[in-house]
Design a protein around this ligand. Structure first.
Ligand SMILES: *Cc1c(COP(=O)(O)O)cnc(C)c1O
Length: 421
């Protein structure tokens, strides 16, 4: 459920008309709903009711300061994957003891920043990285709390580019080597083992792969405890999928996911961390765009819109489907038209949808890409010298631009011309 609904035929975000925002901000832009962000966070928080837990929002999904502040105010921790994200989380007022640091390539600088600024735990992804964190901690005279990310060799049954839990993926250490690596970690004076971490992929639409992985983690917890390690915390990663279409079968709900976690891991008495990103932000955001032209091809109609693959890359990158709807609802009973919906970028890959049935549109009409809140704005670029599009946040009857559109001049001014010209 989200808060982008039609009222008398006009699309609203909470209590604000999308067309009104478009008139003020210009198109294209991203638009997020505070109520939806809060609702999705609470669904996870409540799903883990009854066990000690922390929901750490995977901020790579959407990392605008206003979004982070919205979620932090609900009690969210943050899962960060770079020094930049760590700094963003801190800037949004999240304290270090609520930030977990994931990712396979943490640099010495990033490790130092996090250790100095405070960190709940590093999710360690390799032995060389473990040695590096140990060395930095010893140099700073602190002890680094760590989990080790294990790769359970489970098929997440999702798109290959976002599957992370198979042995051929670059993530974590093979679960078969976990005891050996934990023994190594325990021998390093700069580290303190606090638990185990696992994350098998994104946009999972079934619970089964999670359950397979979590059962392996349960077994490993018992083994590591028998080896004398203190395992008090289990970080279970993110990855629960969202419905990208209204017609498809919906993925499991957070409450079902939470029940499965309690069933597979509840008996261990561990604190549970989860790192949802997509489910919190995905359906809390839309991208609004304007039709520039409708062009008659030989055997098809092209709807050419002012947003492009540089603004929303998911269709080009993951063959992702986004529902695309008119901002002004069509009259009931109007006949649908088949469009190829494309942006202006000079690549055939700049195609949002092929043969998509929509009510007829004309130049100037507004359309909305649904489910664009996660992995949307954060993955945008200025390809084709198209300035990054703004982000707007709605709360009840108010809206605010939370990242403004840079001017073309600002974009050009970021280049430096050497003095030999
Ligand atoms: C990307 C990622 C997440 C979030 O995944 P979602 O599918 O957005 O929930 C969580 N943890 C780690 C380590 C990740 O890399």
């Amino acid at each position: 459920m989200d808060h982008f609904l039609y009222r008398d035929g006009d699309l609203f975000a909470e209590d604000v008309s999308v067309a009104e925002i478009a008139a003020e901000v210009g198109t294209p832009f991203y638009l997020y709903s505070t109520a939806t962000l809060e609702r999705h966070f609470r669904l996870f928080d409540e799903a883990l009711d009854g066990i000690d837990h922390l929901v750490c929002y995977a901020m790579k999904a959407a990392s605008n300061q206003a979004i982070l502040k919205t979620l932090a105010a609900c009690g969210a921790g943050m899962d960060v994957v770079s020094g930049g994200e760590y700094a963003r989380a801190k800037a949004a007022g999240v304290s270090g003891d609520k930030i977990v640091f994931s990712g396979v390539g943490k640099t010495i600088d990033e490790i130092e920043t996090a250790l100095s600024g405070g960190i709940r735990q590093f999710n360690v992804e390799s032995e060389p990285e473990m040695e590096a964190i140990n060395a930095v901690a010893l140099r700073l005279g602190v002890v680094a709390p760590i989990t080790i990310r294990v790769n359970p060799d489970v098929d997440a049954k999702t798109h290959a580019k976002i599957a992370t839990g198979k042995s051929e993926n670059k993530f974590g250490i093979p679960i078969s080597r976990a005891r050996e690596v934990y023994a190594h970690a325990a021998s390093l004076a700069g580290l303190k083992i606090v638990g185990i971490d696992v994350h098998i992929g994104s946009q999972l639409t079934e619970l089964e792969p999670f359950e397979l992985a979590y059962n392996k983690v349960a077994e490993l917890t018992e083994m590591l405890r028998a080896d004398g390690h203190e395992i008090k915390r289990l970080d279970l990663g993110g990855g629960l999928g969202i419905p990208y279409t209204r017609s498809n079968e919906a993925p499991p709900l957070p409450v079902e996911y939470g029940a499965m976690i309690k069933k597979t891991l509840g008996h261990l008495g561990c604190e549970i961390e989860i790192e949802p990103g997509r489910l919190i932000a995905g359906n809390a955001g839309i991208m609004v765009s304007k039709v520039i032209y409708v062009k008659e091809g030989e055997d098809r109609k092209f709807m050419i819109v002012d947003a492009a693959m540089n603004d929303l890359i998911r269709p080009a990158m993951y063959e992702a489907h986004h529902d695309i709807v008119p901002v002004s609802e069509a009259e009931a009973g109007v006949e649908q038209v088949s469009y190829d919906i494309v942006g202006p970028v000079c690549e055939s890959g700049d195609t949002f949808a092929k043969s998509r049935l929509m009510p007829p549109v004309v130049a100037g009409d507004l359309i909305a890409f649904r489910s664009a809140g996660a992995y949307g704005a954060v993955m945008s670029s200025e390809y084709n010298s198209r300035p990054l599009i703004p982000e707007v946040l709605v709360k009840d009857g108010d809206f605010a631009v939370i990242r403004k559109r840079p001017s073309v001049e600002e974009m050009i001014d970021r280049d430096d011309v050497p003095d030999w010209f």
